[in-house]
Design a protein. Sequence first.
Length: 323
Amino acid sequence: MIQKENSLAVIPPEQNPPFPTTPLDIPQQRPGKSRRMKLLEQQGCFHFGTKSITIQRATTADDLLAAYNLVHDTFQEEGRSFPHPTPQRMRIFQALPNTATFVAKNQNATVAVVSVVEDTPGLGLPSDNTCGQEIQALRRSASRICQIANLSIAPAFRRTAVLTELLRCCFAHLQAISCQQAITTFKPGHQAFYELMGFETIGTYLHDTDPNQTPTLLANLNLQKLFKIIDNVKFGENSDLATLKHYYLDSNPYLIQIEDWIAEAQQAFANAVFLRRLFVEMTNILVDSTPDALLVIREFWGENAWLDALGHTIIFDVFSPFY
C-alpha cells in the first residue's frame, strides 16, 4: 500500500514476486534476466524500501535552493562546471514552471536531485549548445522532447537505490506529460546502466571544464518504442523488460503523485514572492539571461507575476525597451 503524506511518496518495502520464464517477441531476448540486471537487483537498485528517504518534487523556494546547491557542489566536484559566485547552479530552464525538479531527502536534508526539462521554443534544451545536431534530429521525429538533467547525488548515497528511484519518478512525469523522447548525459562508466534502463547512446562531447577531458555521452530514451515493447511483455515473464515494466509502470508509486505535484508547481510559480526570492534575490540567472530568453520567461510567468516579482530592479531597467 502506498502512503501519501503531505505530497510525499513514502514507499514501503517491495514485495517483488518471482517471474517464471516466458518468451518475448519484441525485442528478441534470451530467456531469463541478464547478468547485469541480476547484479543491479542484488545491489538493491530495485528495492527502495527504506523509510528514512522520501522522494518529492521540489516546489518551495527552500527546497529548490537546496536542490540546486547540491547540483552546484556535485558539478564542481566532477569538473562539469566553472566556479560560480552563488552556491546554486541554476540556469534559465529552472525559471520555467514546467521544469520538474525531484529530490530525495534524508532526515529533511536533500541528498539527491534530478530535473526534467521540457523542450521550449526560444530556449531549447540544456544540451543544445553541445549536442544541437543530435537534438535537432530528434525534434524532426518527435513532437515532444525532454531532457533529464542536473542529476546529482551526495557521496554517501551513490551506491543506493536513490538513482533508480529518481529515474522512476522521472519516468512517471514523462508519461504524464506525454513526452515522446527523453535525452540525458552521463560519463562512459555509466553507459551500461543507462542502456539497461532503455536508453540508446546517440552522441558524445567534451566538457570545457573537465581537466581530464573525459567524454560525456548523450543518450535518448524513445518512450514510444519502449511502451510498444513493454506492451508485449507477458505476465510473470522473467526478463529485463519485465523487471522494468514492474518497476517503472506496474508498481510505480509516483504515477498517482505527478498531477498533484504539477498543480503545486503551477501554484508556486503564480506567487510573485516565490519568484522574486528565487530568481531575483537569491540568484542572478535573470540578470545573466538574454532579452529573448527573458521574454520567454515573462510569457510563462504572466504579465502580473512578472512585474510583481521584478518590481523596479536592474533587470527591468536594462531591458525596459521590451516592456
